[in-house]
Design a protein around this ligand. Sequence first.
Ligand SMILES: Nc1ncnc2c1ncn2[C@@H]1O[C@H](COP(=O)(O)OP(=O)(O)OP(=O)(O)O)[C@@H](O)[C@H]1O
Length: 342
Amino acid sequence: MTEVLRVEHLTKRYAAGFPAVLDALSFTVQKGEMLALLGPSGCGKTTTLRVIAGFERADQGRVVLDGHTLMDQQSLLPPEKRNVGMVFQDYALFPHLNVTQNVMFGLKNMSRKEREERTAQVLGLVGLNIFAKRFPHELSGGQQQRVALARALAPRPKLILMDEPFSNLDAALRHTTRQEVKAILREAGMTAILVTHDQEEALSFADRIMLMRAGRIEQIGSPPEVYQAPRTAFVANFLGRSNLISARASGHSADTCLGRLSLSEEAKGPVLLSIRPEDIIFVDQGVPVTVKYMEYKGHDVTYTCMCGDQELLVHTHHNAQLMEGQQAFVAVHGAAQVLRGS
Ligand SMILES: Nc1ncnc2c1ncn2[C@@H]1O[C@H](COP(=O)(O)OP(=O)(O)OP(=O)(O)O)[C@@H](O)[C@H]1O
């Protein structure tokens, strides 16, 4: 794997005396990789993107793209010299320019013929050749976002940065546009960073998710790694839902309100465990629980149950047809995840 982007110890404060918005943030992105920056509002996702793009200056740290330093303590390259493409939430297309003109706008240092050829090529890549003469208001939101993507790709950047690019689209269009954009980026062999606060988007779009909290990396890994093995209670709750259960561990198992459970790793003494709601299953005989209420969501059902004092979420793919107040039995599938922090 070839490293394309290296971010080292980025630190940023917007105002003296306030906590750092970026707190010694370090990560790398490999060629062709799609990295999602995910986290709650205000955790520093957009600031990270803006520092990489050059719209914002960090107080400390270094950004290196394809071996070239974009910023460090001594140097600061302006955005237009960075070889980075940007796609925004609001598309940011020029309303008075048609699709072709919008895409051509970003192409500098080329002959007119080369610009036309490259524009036709990227419009082909995003499947919009037939709309070349249309104006932005004559296109759907998803099509406008593909034009914005074509414009960002046209100068052959080393990296595409996308800030909540799908959040202006309605649910159905968001889903299809996300898949189209991912396929286009893959075909172009592009490296990309996506900022989102939508966990499902991060899980389905990215090769790796970087979960941020207060300007730091809480956890970084592939979607299954981060979802199935959250390291902290924050990750377990931010990415999907989770049952957090206090227990006493000895070796590879722990005594819990759900009986003796096997653990993801060795531990000793008091521990906090995470068990995903889909890893608790209804069985004919097992740990008794009382059903408190159910959330019916069509394709699946989540039951909230009480196991003694412990509230438990149990996720099933079928409607188990349990009534509120009814007693049922549950068992845990697989090992409980040992959490290391709050
Ligand atoms: N220009 C600015 N001046 C002062 N504070 C700012 C500025 N831009 C951002 N901030 C603050 O920095 C913090 C991080 O903001 P940022 O936009 O990077 O977060 P985010 O994770 O992208 O949030 P969201 O998901 O809401 O977009 C927030 O507390 C925000 O209020």
